[in-house]
Write a protein that binds this ligand. Structure first.
Ligand SMILES: NC(=O)c1ccc[n+]([C@@H]2O[C@H](COP(=O)([O-])OP(=O)(O)OC[C@H]3O[C@@H](n4cnc5c(N)ncnc54)[C@H](O)[C@@H]3O)[C@@H](O)[C@H]2O)c1
Length: 261
């Protein structure tokens, strides 16, 4: 299927690792020029170099998406260079692993800043350009924890649920400008973020209990495997494409059947 992404300009926030990195790769392979925006400048540069080495159009920019001035500088840089952003992917995110009872106000604020305010800031600096051109695709990576709740992810899930509500509302405001706004909602996906979190569980639980946890988790997935970044990136690329021009305000779980909301 031709996704019609040739010559589109795609900005991928959190594009230096995991799901964002794979989104950047798939969008670039489909013909888009990709800007990888991430607070990990070294990884972002490496990712952009890898894509250009494969003959794709890619560049990088360093940004902390919780910092309004840095986000504005990112937009100035990208719009200055390309004149437009056709596709914005919000993939940057962090997830803690504390029980609510052990968490602090600072923990909540940090997760809400990165997982909710960050995507809002990235959207705010790009949306006017999309409105003026009456064209745009905004895709945000949330989490199934926001749809069903999840122990040890309470404030993360709250931030992601906020993002879902925000982007649905935005879809209503900007549909008249032919801008679509959608959310992709993964469950457990094998990325550095998840692998690091799981390592913490393995250390605290011990090998035997952890192996039982892994078996138990897999039984929750009708397709009997966890997600890979390319599973999520395929859905993002579809929603970014011309093929998805009548889909907006939707939350697409990509999750091996883990939840069926
Ligand atoms: N991996 C999973 O199991 C899973 C499940 C559901 C949802 N998600 C969501 O998917 C998205 C991608 O996660 P991932 O698993 O690929 O994680 P990851 O850690 O591999 O990648 C996240 C990227 O975001 C960047 N980032 C973090 N904070 C940032 C900030 N303030 N400013 C700029 N960049 C920042 C990191 O440097 C990193 O490159 C996140 O929004 C996450 O919440 C992941």
């Amino acid at each position: 299927m031709d996704f019609g992404l040739t010559d589109k300009i795609a900005l991928v926030a959190g594009g230096a690792s995991g799901i964002g990195l794979e989104c950047a790769a798939v969008l670039a392979a489909e013909g888009a020029a990709v800007v990888i925006a991430d607070m990990d400048g070294e990884a972002a540069e490496k990712a952009a170099e890898a894509l250009t080495g494969q003959g794709h159009a890619a560049s990088h920019t360093v940004v902390d998406i919780t910092d309004p001035e840095a986000v504005q500088a990112m937009a100035d840089q990208v719009l200055g260079r390309y004149g437009r952003v056709d596709i914005l992917v919000n993939s940057a995110g962090i997830a803690g692993d504390k029980l609510f009872v052990d968490s602090t106000l600072e923990d909540w604020r940090q997760e809400i800043d990165v997982n909710l305010i960050g995507p809002m800031l990235c959207t705010k600096v790009i949306i006017q350009n999309m409105i003026e051109r009456e064209n745009g695709r905004i895709i945000t990576v949330a989490s199934d924890s926001a749809r069903i709740g999840q122990s040890r992810l309470s404030y993360y899930a709250a931030a992601k649920a906020g993002a879902i509500a925000f982007f649905k509302s935005l879809a209503q405001e900007v549909g008249r400008y032919k801008i679509t706004v959608n959310v992709v909602s993964p469950s457990a996906t094998n990325t550095p973020l998840r692998i690091e979190r799981e390592e913490g569980f393995r250390r605290s639980m011990g090998e035997e209990a952890y192996a039982e946890r892994v078996r138990k988790v897999l039984r929750m997935y009708p397709l009997r495997r966890l997600g890979e970044p390319e599973d999520i990136a395929s859905a993002v690329a579809f929603l970014a494409s011309q093929r998805a021009s009548w889909i907006t305000g939707q939350v697409l779980s990509v999750n091996g059947g883990f939840t069926m909301p």
